[in-house]
Design a protein around this ligand. Structure first.
Ligand code: FAD
Ligand code: NAI
Length: 508
């Protein structure tokens, strides 16, 4: 009897789950009619379609403003899974969500321009935009006026002006970067297998060097070694003696944002995986075939060393974008700011009253992470929704006080008075939005060989864990966090595909 009931409940649960998923997919495929925004309302321009801007858009009541989104990328990218795209474990489209889908599900229409903001004129309240895509119409440069502006353009790759970096290395920030790396890995492998290749050249071509021991560099090194162990060495056994991954870091250790215990765990895990870590090694110059690095020896002396490579991935953190630098130069209060736009506790850009900044382009007390950017975006949505409600209530109060003065008798006057009291109470409650407060959920990173490290914030403090269970947690956490049900299904399918058939080693 117990089994019968369990069976019935399981079937019911499955049917319910499938029905709910089907309903969600139906809603996704059939968006409702949108209302046209009121042209008399303020124009809110949002720059970027990354973590900060999309999190703002998700929670923003778009009927309160004339919302315009400008980004050279017409999709949102789930960056935490980008390193997996470099080896084909995950296909890049599985972690992209079209901005058009996101905007089409808002109550009121939002305008989107696929363009780069080249300049923000703070005084004139104008954004200059340029269509940098391949196909251009008669107009490819224009201006967009704003009443309110949110800058969420992220950051660019830091190169510290080191010669040769831009020309010879691959970055890992955008979809195009991951595709380029995927192609180059296979190019190095096939070129190393070319007839009569010298031994020295084979070694160079199969030396995969990653510069930067932050989480980007570590995750990529782990993914690449997995690719070699699980697929490459099986399909191309000839490369197995020479394929080698080296992680180069200027500081004495990698992953500085993680606890000491997890740094040691990662280092020992890399040793086991046969990934070489070169700490206290600062790259000074890059050529097409080798990097030149200053190595600090145990006795403190320094030595220049040439390290040949086939593939070079450069992951040394963030730098400020030109459009942000230019905006900073127009605002005297930003004079001492170096790493991005200095903002106050409501994310208003210091020295302005109608410009906000979110994510990697804003300087706060927090690390430039997706977690911070998305919480900032959600905070701004609450702030803007509140501002709109406040303005509407204030407008109503003005009208009510005129009506009160013009009321014909005491009864009508008292009625309006009661309404005014209610509106004032609502206004007080609405205005109670405090400053932005970041809630740190913890740091997670994949380190290869089905292991991950996690520093998780818990009620009683931090929990540091590393290993296969943490990896399962990492996978389920990211699977639940990807943007949509569509992304979730695609990522899960990619993982299953790679487990069954292996990664695709063709060079597109
Ligand atoms: P982005 O998400 O970079 O978005 C910027 C947007 O602005 C993009 O749409 C871009 O096209 C657009 N843009 C650029 N220039 C212009 C312009 N001139 N005009 C208009 N639009 C413009 N963080 C975590 O917390 N956890 C992780 O696991 C994690 N993994 C990561 C893995 C990788 C490989 C990388 C590169 C980063 C990772 N991060 C992670 C960091 C995280 O991705 C960033 O902190 C986050 O993307 C910052 O969000 P953002 O909105 O500021 O910028
Ligand atoms: P990072 O700034 O965290 O690390 C860059 C590393 O490069 C530093 O350790 C630095 O010492 C090193 N470096 C700089 N110049 C060098 C040189 N010339 N030679 C050798 N080493 C050099 O950069 P990363 O990893 O790109 O991350 C950027 C941001 O994104 C960080 O805030 C990070 O927390 C976040 N992120 C988070 C992830 C996660 O939580 N899993 C994954 C990826 C990024």
């Amino acid at each position: 009897r117990f089994l019968r009931w369990t069976y019935r409940l399981t079937v019911l649960g499955l049917l319910g789950g499938t029905g709910y998923l089907g309903y969600r997919i139906y809603l996704l495929r059939h968006p409702e009619e949108q209302v046209e925004p009121d042209p008399s309302k303020k124009t809110l321009v949002i720059l970027g379609s990354g973590w900060g801007s999309v999190s703002l858009l998700k929670k923003l009541d778009t009927e309160n403003y004339n919302v315009v989104v400008i980004s050279p990328r017409n999709f949102f990218l789930f960056t935490p899974l980008l390193p997996s795209c470099t080896t084909g474990l995950i296909e890049h489209r599985s972690i992209m969500e079209p901005i058009r889908n996101i905007l089409r599900h808002k109550k009121a229409t939002v305008k989107f321009y696929e363009a780069e903001a080249t300049k923000i004129d703070y005084e004139k309240r104008l954004v200059y935009i340029s269509d940098d895509s391949e196909i251009k119409g008669d107009v490819s440069h224009t201006v967009v006026p704003f009443d309110m502006l949110v800058v969420g353009v992220g950051a660019e790759n830091a190169t510290f002006g080191i010669p040769g970096v831009r020309e010879h290395s691959c970055f890992l920030k955008e979809v195009g970067d991951a595709q380029k790396i995927r192609k180059r890995i296979m190019d190095c492998v096939e070129t190393a297998s070319f007839k009569d290749q010298t031994e020295e050249e084979v070694k160079r071509l199969l030396h995969m060097v990653v510069v930067g021991g932050g989480p980007t560099g570590v995750e990529f090194a782990g993914e690449l070694q997995d690719f070699f162990e699980e697929d490459l060495r099986k399909w191309i056994p000839g490369i197995q003696d020479n394929f080698h991954v080296t992680l180069v870091e200027a500081l004495p250790n990698i992953l500085p944002m993680f606890s000491k215990q997890l740094i040691e765990y990662t280092e020992s895990s890399f040793k086991e995986e046969k990934i070489t870590i070169r700490t206290k090694t600062m790259v000074k110059k890059v050529t097409d075939k080798y990097i030149e690095a200053e190595v600090t020896k145990p006795d403190g002396t320094k030595e220049l060393e040439k390290i040949p490579y086939g593939l070079l991935v450069w992951a040394t953190g963030n730098a400020v974008r030109n459009v942000v630098k230019d905006l900073m130069s127009q605002i005297p209060a930003q004079k001492n700011s170096r790493r991005g736009l200095a903002v106050n506790e409501f994310l208003v850009v210091n020295g302005t009253e109608n410009i906000w900044a979110v994510g990697d382009c804003a300087i706060t007390n927090y690390a430039p992470t997706a977690q911070v950017a998305s919480q900032e975006g959600a905070f701004l949505a609450r702030l803007f929704n509140t501002m709109a409600k406040t303005e509407a209530l204030e407008e109503e109060l003005k009208k009510l006080s005129v009506a009160q003065q013009e009321a014909k008798n005491d009864e009508a006057r008292n009625e309006i008075f009661a309404e005014i009291k209610e509106r004032q109470r609502q206004l007080r409650r609405t205005k109670q939005i405090g400053p932005f407060q970041y809630s740190h959920q913890g740091s997670l990173a994949y380190i290869g060989k089905e292991r991950a490290v996690a520093d998780i914030s818990w009620v009683s403090g931090n929990i540091a864990s590393g290993g296969t269970m943490t990896y399962l947690f990492w996978r389920s956490a990211y699977l639940s966090m990807v943007f949509s049900a569509r992304n979730r299904i695609l990522v899960a399918t990619d993982w299953i595909k790679a487990k069954i058939f292996g990664r695709d080693v063709s060079r597109e």
